[in-house]
Every structure is written in structure tokens, then in C-alpha cells.
Design a protein around this ligand. Structure first.
Ligand code: KG4
Ligand code: ZN
Length: 361
């Protein structure tokens, strides 16, 4: 089946980022815009769902105009609309779904509700050298820590999951207890680069038993106790950050090694916000190259939530003939394994960052 020339609008509003993007199946990414609500929620120490919904409402139309301007297009040039339908905050999801469905109805175009995690998984397809299935995916975000066997696009098998906290959540909570502002993950990672990763002896959770599941709440308690008993000065903050990061990264890297050994796949895709972590990237690259495994990452701005990944995942399914019908419905909980295989042949043209810059200018 030939890939139709389709311009898809992607809309992401599952949590605290409003992201929009335009993706063309032949020309690649034509524009993307993002507004992060982090500063708005920081005062509360976490995401306030009602405030998130209201702010998505405030930003969606200005950002839509921004991506249309970047692409030199009008609303009528949009061929299809993809919006995040879950998992996520119900109110925030509904705001994006309402815009997506209303726009599609007004333009008489198909609309599709996209799985947020499939968006993360397929974000590396935006890069110049996209991974080909089968591959193992490590999905590490504020809400998820999963290892997934991707046999084909849309064919996902969950190999391992966290029994308690997600990796990003553990970073954020440890950062908070050491007095770093919300969301502390990236700040903790920056501090860790200046600290001594051997200063505090912390557990490597679940490495002493077989399997691919994760658990980070015990490690978080260890960090809380270590911080309580430390001098609580800049040096202990740096060293504890480095020790915590080393424990998490070592655990993630070892589980990835087990996953590519178990499946026999020779490609690993890392997706989700924690995929931006430099220590994780460096250590994974080193071990993978030793085992002859290729590692693919989206560029850092497409590791965290964004509209481009929703546009790409949506474009693949829409090009294969899928659509959602006009109902405005979302799924705050939605197991990834429920998704169905994407029709063969709806391949996309990948595009590197330089090409995006020239498409914008
Ligand atoms: O994928 P994402 O943008 O949103 C979710 O869907 O959760 O991930 C956000 C999470 C936050 O917990 C944030 O602290 C974490 O990713 N994060 C990091 C880094 N950058 C973002 N964690 C560790 N190191 C980083 N460099
Ligand atoms: Zn996400």
C-alpha cells in the first residue's frame, strides 16, 4: 500500500504540557509548538489537575495558530487530526479531545484518539535514522517505567513494569525531599553530575532476582533516611543525588540488558522524560555497544511530552485507514497491550532536526 500524502495535526494535553505539531507523511515534521505548565504548578509542588485543564484551554488555539504559521498553512490544509485520548488526567485529556474532534468535524476530516505511550514509543521515528521493529523499548517517564517488546508497529508486549513508583516520580520525590523545586528530576540529574556516586551505599532494587520488573519506593526511603542522617549541606546534596542516580541507572541498564538478551532483539529504543538523563544515555550506549545492540533515542525535546510524537503515531494509524468516529471519549487508564497492529505499508518518511529548521524557514 502506498503511503498517502497526509498532513496530520497532533494534539497532546494528557498532563501538564500543551503540545501541537503538524506532520506530513512525505515531508516530515512541518512545525511544532509546546507550552509547559511547570511554573504554574510549581507553587503547589505537583500538578493540579483542574488548573492543568484550564490552562490547556487557554493555550491550545494560540499554539494551533503558531504551528500553522510555522508550516505556512491554514486550517483547511489539515488532512486529519490526532489527539491524545489516554492515559492521563481525565479533564486535561478531554480538553484536547474536544478541540481535536471539533476541528475534525468542522473541516470534515478524520480524527483519531492516540495512546500517549505509543506516542512516546514512536517518537524516535522523527529522527533521521529511525529504528525498525522488532525492538525492545524502555519507557521511563513521570508515570511509567516499562520494558516493552515491539514486534511490529502497534504490536506491544509488556515485559516488565514498576511495582510502585515510576522512575521519573522517584527522581522528583527524592529531589523534593532534598529541597529542590518541582519538578526536581532534571535538577537532581544536573546536581548528580557534580557529585560522587559512591559516597552513599544505596540498593540496586530487584537486581538480585530474575525478571524485568522494577521497584523504586524502597530506594526512595533509603534516600530519605540518608538525607536525614547527612549534614544536609550542598556537598551531601550533590553526593546523594549522584548516588541515587547511579543506583537507578544501574538498575535500568541491567534490566535492559536482560530484555534484549531474553528477546534476542538487537535494537533498543529509550523513550519518556527520563530518557533525557545523560548518565542513563552514556551507560546504556556503552553496554549496548559491547553486546552489539543499537540504541535509539528521540532528541531530548521529544523525550518529554510533545505534540510531534502524537502527530507521528496518529499519522501512521490514520494512513492505515484508522479513525475514531465523532464521539469525544478519553481513557484515563488504557493498557498499551490493547492496541492493535498498524496496517503494513503505512510507513513514514523520517526527518532530522536540520530538515525541520529548513522547513520552518
Ligand atoms: O515523559 P514525561 O515528560 O511526562 C510523563 O509522561 O510523565 O516525563 C517527565 C518525567 C519527570 O518525572 C521528570 O522529572 C523526568 O521525566 N525527567 C528526568 C530528566 N528529565 C526529565 N529524570 C531524570 N533525569 C532527567 N534528565
Ligand atoms: Zn509522557
Amino acid at each position: 500500500m502506498a503511503t498517502p500524502n497526509l498532513t496530520t495535526l497532533g494534539i497532546e494535553t494528557s498532563c501538564d504540557e500543551t503540545g501541537l505539531a503538524l506532520y506530513n507523511t512525505e515531508r516530515g515534521l512541518l512545525g511544532h509548538a509546546l507550552f509547559s505548565q511547570i511554573d504554574i504548578h510549581a507553587a503547589y509542588g505537583g500538578v493540579v489537575p483542574e488548573i492543568a485543564s484550564r490552562d490547556h484551554l487557554r493555550k491550545l488555539l494560540p499554539l494551533l495558530q503558531e504551528v500553522l504559521d510555522q508550516a505556512g498553512m491554514q486550517r483547511s490544509d489539515i488532512d486529519a487530526v490526532a489527539y491524545t485520548a489516554g492515559p492521563g488526567l481525565v479533564g486535561a485529556l478531554l480538553v484536547g479531545a474536544c478541540l481535536g474532534q471539533s476541528l475534525a468535524f468542522a473541516l470534515q476530516r478524520p480524527a483519531l484518539g492516540v495512546h500517549h505511550l505509543e506516542g512516546h514509543l514512536l517518537a524516535p521515528l522523527l529522527e533521521a535514522d529511525p529504528p525498525q521493529p522488532p525492538f525492545v523499548a524502555l519507557l521511563v517517564s513521570g508515570g511509567h517505567t516499562q520494558l516493552i517488546a515491539v514486534r511490529a508497529l502497534g504490536d506491544y508486549e509488556l515485559l516488565g513494569d514498576t511495582l510502585d513508583d515510576a522512575t521519573g516520580e522517584a527522581f522528583d520525590k527524592c529531589a523534593q525531599l532534598m529541597g529542590l523545586p518541582y519538578p526536581g528530576g532534571p535538577a537532581l540529574a544536573r546536581l548528580a553530575e557534580e557529585g560522587d556516586p559512591t559516597a552513599f551505599k544505596l540498593a540496586r532494587p530487584m537486581l538480585d532476582r530474575p525478571g524485568l520488573d522494577f521497584s523504586f519506593s524502597g530506594l526512595k526511603t533509603q534516600v530519605a533516611l540518608a538525607w536525614r542522617d547527612s549534614a544536609q549541606d550542598d556537598r551531601s546534596r550533590r553526593d546523594l543525588a549522584a548516588s541515587f542516580q547511579a543506583a537507578v541507572v544501574e538498575t535500568l541498564v541491567e534490566k535492559c540488558r536482560r530484555a534484549w538478551t531474553q528477546t534476542g532483539f538487537s535494537t533498543l529504543v529509550v523513550a519518556g522524560g527520563v530518557g533525557a538523563n545523560r548518565r542513563l544515555r552514556a551507560d546504556l550506549r556503552e553496554l549496548a555497544s559491547r553486546d552489539g545492540v543499537q540504541v535509539h533515542y528521540p532528541r531530548p525535546e521529544f523525550c518529554t511530552d510533545n505534540g510531534a510524537m502524537i502527530a507521528v503515531a496518529g499519522a501512521l494509524r490514520l494512513a492505515g485507514g484508522e479513525s475514531s468516529g465523532p464521539a469525544i471519549s478519553v481513557r484515563p487508564r488504557w493498557p498499551l497491550a490493547e492496541l492493535t497492529r498498524i496496517a503494513e505499508g503505512s510507513g513514514l518518511r523520517a526527518q532530522g532536526p536540520e530538515e525541520l529548521d529548513s522547513a520552518r524557514s
